[in-house]
Design a protein around this ligand. Sequence first.
Ligand SMILES: C[S@@+](CC[C@H](N)C(=O)[O-])C[C@H]1O[C@@H](n2cnc3c(N)ncnc32)[C@H](O)[C@@H]1O
Length: 243
Amino acid sequence: MDCPVLTSDEKLPEAHKISRFLHSYVTQDIPNTDNYLLLSNDGLSFNSNTKDGRRELRIDFLKGAIGWRLRRPEHEKQLKKAIGKTTERLTIFDGTAGMLADSMIFLSLGHKVIACEQSKIIFLLIRDACKRSEEALPFLKNLKLVHGNSAEIYKSYNKSDLIYLDPLYPDSSKSSKRSGDIELLRKAIDLESIKDMGDEIFHEFRTSEHKKIILKRPIKAPLICNKINYQIKGKSTRFDIYI
Ligand SMILES: C[S@@+](CC[C@H](N)C(=O)[O-])C[C@H]1O[C@@H](n2cnc3c(N)ncnc32)[C@H](O)[C@@H]1O
């Protein structure tokens, strides 16, 4: 893959492991490629040339919007409603891990999570972010992170209490502008030549053994399936619940 790993002497062994996983190579000089991973003392980041210049995707659960949300999980009213009232610790299968924000909320609410991501680059970024915050966020011990196609991986976890799906919304310049991180996530998927299943992933899971599926959708998106049980609506997104 044309995504070298830029690093310094002290991080060389780890950089080599990453490059083997990606089938790329390690470099110690800024590479002349559109995309590269940077492994430094600040962790791992994905660097890419975008229409707005060079941009970086580095995941950090202790800062920014996700850091703020994790400090007040009791305010996650819609996600809590979507999960449903329970005093039990659930096992949640997140089939579209992405930047892991939703899974982190489930963990902070006391649940166990199996999170699955198809992109190697995004998987490496979230694994690195987890390593950097495992001391500060003890609930991370309840997370199992897996790389691969979740529809396949789910076959080993089909006793989960809940399936959570948040597929990428269809690309539009408007939505890309709204979230630069999602733009970089799409770039990683394109670079890896992954054919994103989009909404199709829902149908894969719907036909598998399951207790309950939560599907996150843009508020105005049409229903994917008429056999819906109920919806939890927010301002810009909603959760469609299938039991
Ligand atoms: C919109 S993002 C999810 C964002 C995530 N809910 C969060 O809070 O950060 C969708 C992610 O699902 C991943 N994905 C889509 N289909 C997948 C599949 N079949 N298996 C594993 N990951 C998948 C994509 O690569 C992408 O990273």
